[in-house]
Ligand binder design. Structure first.
Ligand SMILES: O=C(O)CCC(=O)C(=O)O
Ligand SMILES: [Fe+2]
Length: 280
């Protein structure tokens, strides 16, 4: 879904776009000062290696853990432009407010008290991934971001207003998510899929490239702490809806799925119960 009237000021959204673009415009040498280390998720990085033919996705990314504050690794936060930190903090705190509200509503929709879902995270972790897709001469030959679902609980995504690119898989087809100016796109992530025993499916999506225009997207992921054990809620399981997912430690699940990222939803197999024994 896309949400509007979320209360995040459009000036703040635009400032976030501006500082991110200032960063991606820097020479590679400057950006590489924040380069992601091979065993880490923080910092500036290039695309994931995707398909068997080793095609790279047409994107540069910057990933930062924002909350809880103690998880920040400030050495990976761009110092150019100067306002980057301040604006990223202001933007993220606003998105956090909207995210908390969404988690409360989801909790109620899933038949739980308002605060239960947030509580189950132990702490809600919030990460920001900025994806920068330069214009691409051959958009039919390369993807911006290969098909995947997010390993988060939910994702709140800001798109550029004037350049489409995001597509979701619906009934076997790729359907563009046409940007609504200043809306936030909300994706159901894998954690909701597991908790709901598959009733609310994480959405498979991808980003395509554009021949003439650059595009940037800003994905805020909300997810549980590593030590949280995620499994379907008892009240979502019955004789008609057998338990489809086994208990997984979230940290293990996340690491597994980052390794296999971008093969559609293949990484969710880690949590799926392989053989369902149906008792008469
Ligand atoms: O660029 C987009 O719209 C999609 C980004 C995305 O799916 C992600 O960062 O997980
Ligand atoms: Fe995504």
């Amino acid at each position: 879904m896309q949400i509007v009237n979320h209360g995040v000021q459009k000036e703040l959204m635009q400032n976030m776009r501006n500082v991110a673009y200032e960063f991606f415009k820097l020479p590679i040498k400057e950006k590489d000062k924040y380069a992601m280390l091979s065993n880490d998720i923080h910092g500036y990085g290039h695309a994931y290696v995707v398909s068997e033919d080793q095609t790279l996705d047409w994107t540069d990314t910057l990933f930062l853990l924002i909350y809880p504050n103690r998880f920040r690794k400030l050495q990976f936060w761009p110092r150019t432009p100067l306002e980057f930190k301040e604006i990223t903090e202001a933007y993220s705190s606003e998105v956090k407010r909207v995210g908390d509200e969404l988690l409360s509503s989801l909790s109620v929709i899933m038949g739980l008290e308002k605060h239960v879902l947030v509580g189950l995270h132990k702490e809600v972790l919030q990460g920001l991934r900025v994806n920068y897709y330069p214009p691409c001469n051959t958009p039919e030959e390369v993807l911006g971001l290969s098909p995947h679902s997010d390993s988060s609980t939910i994702t709140l995504l800001m798109q550029d207003d004037d350049v489409p690119g995001l597509e979701i898989r619906h009934e076997g087809n790729w359907v563009p998510v046409t940007p609504i100016p200043n809306a936030l796109v909300v994706n159901v992530g894998d954690v909701i899929e597991i908790w709901s025993n598959g009733k609310y499916k994480s959405v498979e999506h991808r980003a395509v490239t554009n021949k003439n225009k650059r595009r940037t997207s800003y994905a805020t992921f909300l997810f549980p702490r590593d030590d949280v054990e995620v499994e379907p809620f008892d009240h979502m399981i019955d004789a008609q809806n057998l338990k489809m997912y086994q208990k997984v430690r979230y940290g293990d699940y996340l690491r597994q799925s980052l390794k296999r990222k971008m093969e559609g939803k293949a990484h969710t197999d880690v949590a799926k119960i392989k053989e369902l024994v149906i008792e008469e």
